[in-house]
Design a binder for this molecule. Structure first.
Ligand code: ADP
Length: 909
């Protein structure tokens, strides 16, 4: 290659003749040629290269021959040409003696090199500028290195500026801050000026100077320190958790500390949150598990403590297995299919499934499986949350079963169903219910208000009350009422409504949740009931009137009986006459006795029926009762010519009862036995103790009672055979009285008969009286002493029944008394003043002035006050006796009076 020593002359006529090198020049040329840097000589006159060395050729990629005739400008980068030309011009003009520029050369191959060029002016011997001599140094590599450094520095600076960590640069010697990035400044709330030159503790990184310097010492010793969590307080007082990493390094013979400060507040919080979440999952009763959907067979990769508790499997046992180990023979296969399908599709699903614990016991698991997605939205896991709902499930099932049963029962009963949802206030009516309320013909959903609007105005108040009661969470939630509704056309219908309200869970927030309502239209039944009630009312009214009629009838019958009895008595006391008359009188006496019994029965029947009879109870020996009854019935039994035996157990048997009434009972039974036994039969009376009862049995050998009639003989007016009974003249009242009186005493009566013609047996049972403090049995002898005949008395008889009054007065006269009869009150008072009676038999039912009024007048008059007043009346109830006593009467006798009673009273005067 051609070295660039002296360039060959060009053809250019303007080219300067090359000057020959002068002495010493040879050495210069040698240096020139061999220089490690490029060297050129440029002519001032032509501006072209005069001389180039080999290095320059190497730098520019041209050979010396090519450079001959070229100017440096041609090799200079277009952007640098002006500056280059300017510098060269200044040199030639002598303005500068040399220049030193950096410029770019464009190599022959187009490559660009960076060069440093030092040019010096060349002069001739006369001192005229002839050219320049320049040394060209390739600084491309250095420049690139510089640029690289610059780039790196900028890059790091940018990092420093933009870092999301705080960075502090400290002087290794003093520990003072020399640089701080914006992040830390912002975190601290400080300006650069406030930060630079400070020590760490002064900006709040360490608590105080001691701590800060201790850290610094440690750092100096080890070259590196790391603090996991330091509290950092900003200027505004905001606290953060930071992590500090500090390094010491050398920088140009200088120790520098770099502190990286990372805000870990968020990370700490997240860590805390995670720990809390873990604890919460562990504490929860729910079983939580995670499944990896990318591993074959979807294995469990996490199982919570709740899962362990619920299933009895440890997490270790569950991990790596598909959840199907919880399923068993009775698990619903279709549900499992649904679950698997959803899981494979990463779709959320929730269902209730029968699962089995490790020990084999089944439980109902409510399980919800949902996909878990990562930050990029991709499903990473499936999370399952399961709860043991066995209790609710079984409750629900039994509730459902009972609802089904209820629904069936209700359907069978013909009820229509409605359901009330208290949360929404809506009623779901079936077609039947809608019809019942008159709201339509099809099933429907209406508000509660719509249903309430159908209520009949008169029933509303009670309905609201009862509905409110049924909604009381403390109550049983039941509603039952028959009420009316008004149909749209105005028709009033009766509904039977039953409702069961179901409440939400127990506890203070327990409230109505749902109600099941059964409704039945009972209008027809109600109407029938109303008719029946009217009928019953009519019947009882008729019954009452009948009782009243019987009472009046009996009373009215007694009035005419009184004079007949007294008349017969008069006849008996008259001198004996014709035997036929005597026979007739005796017959009349018997028939009168019979008639009095009938009237008495009638009277009793009506009074017992209307509850007017009061018992005068006392401790009685059953023998006394039997004696009285036998006494009353003896004539009838004897008249029938019956053989009569009485057996009373030896031991004294006491009852607590009304002697008259009980004697009436036994006497009735004896009378019946006598009546319904053909003449010459046998009648037995047996009284004995049986357990805590006294039994009085009356048996006969009479007509007997057929089995079908037996249960009816105790009914009022019941007679087995009217034609048969006629001869004995019964009313069918006796046994009914017997039964009622016994029942009033806590006793019973039963009738048995082997059949018609085979006799009857009546057994009355009475409770035995408690045997403490019993009275001494009265001796019969005292009673049997014949009554003494009374001496003559002044007697006044007052009765509007003229016959009654006259006959009694006549009888009294025959008995040796001075008797006078009057027929009304005023006459009575007048007569009384006249005769000053010792005793007055005074009828109560007098016309105009009643017996009571007369009695009061007697009592008010001093001259009459001493008279004994005896009420003489058809009315004999307790009430009647009380009234007569109040009016001033001393005694009360019911008609027709027995003359013996009258005698007894007269004797008592
Ligand atoms: P009555 O006034 O008809 O006797 P009761 O009430 O005393 O009424 O008796 C009702 C009916 O029972 C009688 O009519 C009679 O047919 C029947 N009866 C009562 N006692 C006897 C008896 N001892 N033997 C047969 N029948 C009797």
């Amino acid at each position: 290659m051609n070295t660039s020593i002296e360039l060959p002359a060009t053809n250019d006529p303007s080219a300067e003749p090359r000057e020959e090198p002068r002495a010493g020049e040879a050495e210069f040329l040698a240096v020139f040629e061999q220089s490690a840097v490029g060297m050129v000589q440029v002519s001032a006159k032509t501006g072209r290269f005069v001389r180039v060395n080999a290095k320059y050729c190497e730098l520019t990629g041209y050979v010396a021959e090519e450079l001959a005739g070229m100017t440096p400008a041609e090799l200079t980068h277009a952007d640098d040409r002006d500056a280059d030309a300017g510098a060269f011009g200044s040199l030639l003009r002598g303005e500068v003696l040399f220049y030193d520029v950096e410029k770019r050369y464009v190599r022959k191959d187009g490559g660009i090199i960076r060069a440093r060029e030092n040019a010096t002016l060349l002069r001739d011997a006369d001192g005229r500028a002839v050219g320049s001599m320049a040394v060209i140094q390739d600084i491309t590599a250095r420049k690139q290195a510089e640029e690289m450094l610059h780039t790196t520095e900028t890059r790091y600076r940018r990092l420093f500026e933009a870092a999301k960590d705080g960075i502090l640069i400290l002087d290794g010697q003093t520990g003072r801050i020399t640089d701080a990035n914006p992040y830390i400044l912002e975190a601290l709330g400080l300006t650069r000026a406030e930060t630079l030159g400070r020590e760490l503790w002064e900006i709040g990184v360490f608590a105080d100077a001691t701590a800060s310097r201790a850290a610094m010492t440690e750092l100096q010793e080890r070259g590196y320190v790391r603090y996991g969590d330091l509290p950092l307080e900003s200027k505004a007082g905001e606290r953060r958790e930071v992590e500090v990493v500090a390094n010491v390094y050398q920088e140009g013979g200088h120790r520098v500390i770099q502190c990286n400060i990372r805000d870990i507040t968020e990370r700490k919080r997240a860590e805390q949150e995670l720990r809390l979440l873990n604890r919460a999952i562990a504490a929860s009763d729910a079983g939580v598990f995670l499944v990896d959907p990318y591993l074959p067979d979807f294995p469990v990769v996490f199982a919570s403590e709740g899962f362990e508790r619920m299933t009895g499997y440890t997490a270790a046992e569950a991990l790596g297995r598909n959840c199907r180990f919880l399923q068993g023979s009775k698990t619903d296969a279709a549900a499992v299919d649904r679950l698997r399908e959803a899981v494979h599709a990463h779709r959320p699903i929730r269902l209730t499934l029968l699962n089995y614990r490790k020990d084999g016991t089944p439980f109902w698991s409510d399980v919800a499986v949902s996909p878990v997605t990562g930050p990029e939205g991709r499903v990473t896991h499936l999370v399952g949350i399961q709860n043991d709902v066995s209790a609710q499930y079984e409750l629900q099932a039994s509730l459902q079963a009972s609802m089904d049963r209820l629904a069936l029962g209700v359907k069978v009963a013909g009820f229509a169903i409605a359901e009330v949802d208290y949360a929404t206030g809506l009623n779901h009516l079936t077609a039947g219910a809608a019809r019942a309320f008159g709201l339509g013909e099809t099933s429907m959903e209406v508000t509660r208000a719509t249903v309430h609007a159908t209520f009949h105005p008169d029933d509303r108040e009670e309905l609201s009350r009862r509905i409110a009661d049924s909604l009381d969470p403390a109550g049983p939630g039941l509603f039952a009422m028959d009420h009316r509704v008004v149909w749209p056309g105005g028709e009033v219908r009766w509904l039977t409504v039953r409702k069961q309200v179901f409440f939400t869970d127990d506890g203070p927030s327990r409230r109505p949740h749902r109600g099941v309502l059964a409704v039945l239209d009972v209008t027809d039944r109600k109407q029938a009931e109303a008719r029946l009630q009217q009928l019953a009312a009519d019947l009882s009214e008729a019954g009452r009137r009948k009782d009243e009629f019987l009472a009046t009838l009996a009373h009215e019958l007694r009035n005419p009986l009184a004079p007949i009895r007294t008349g017969l008595e008069v006849m008996r006391m008259s001198p004996a006459g014709d035997p036929a008359v005597v026979k007739a009188r005796e017959m009349m006496e018997r028939q009168l006795g019979h008639m009095v019994r009938l009237v008495d029965d009638l009277m009793d029947a009506s009074r017992i029926n209307s509850g007017k009879v009061e018992l005068k109870r006392e401790k009685l020996l059953i023998r006394t009762v039997v004696d009285h009854a036998v006494e009353a019935s003896r004539s009838l039994i004897e008249a029938g010519g019956h053989a009569f035996t009485i057996t009373v157990a030896d031991e004294p048997a006491w009852v607590d009862g009304d002697l008259t009434r009980l004697a009436q009972v036994v006497s009735n039974l004896l009378n019946n036995a006598a009546k319904y036994t053909p003449n010459g039969g046998r009648i037995t009376l047996l009284a004995r103790v049986e357990g805590d009862k006294v039994v009085i049995e009356v048996a006969d050998t009479g007509t007997g009672i057929s089995a079908d009639m037996l249960p009816e003989v105790f009914d009022m007016f019941a007679q087995v055979d009217r034609t048969l009974g006629r001869a004995q003249g019964g009313l069918g009242i006796g046994l009914s009285l017997v039964k009622t009186i016994l029942e009033m005493h806590g006793g019973t009566i039963t009738a048995t008969s082997p059949g018609l013609g085979l006799g009857s047996n009546f057994a009355a049972r009475l409770p035995l009286a408690a045997t403490d403090r019993l009275p001494e049995p009265a001796t019969a002898s005292a009673n049997e002493t014949p009554a003494p005949r009374p001496a003559g008395r002044r007697v006044l008889v007052v009765d509007d029944n003229v016959d009654g009054a006259e006959s009694l007065a006549m009888l009294l006269g025959l008995s040796g008394h001075e008797a006078r009869a009057v027929h009304d009150g005023p006459a009575a008072l007048a007569a009384a003043l006249d005769v000053a009676p010792e005793i007055v038999f005074l009828d109560i039912g007098l016309p105009g002035m009643s017996g009571y009024d007369v009695a009061k007048r007697f009592r008010a008059d001093a001259t009459l006050a001493g008279a004994v007043l005896v009420a003489l009346t058809g009315w004999g109830s307790e009430d009647d006796r009380r009234k007569s006593k109040e009016a001033g009467f001393d005694h009360h006798l019911t008609k027709p009076v027995n003359f013996e009673q009258v005698q007894a009273l007269l004797c008592g005067l």
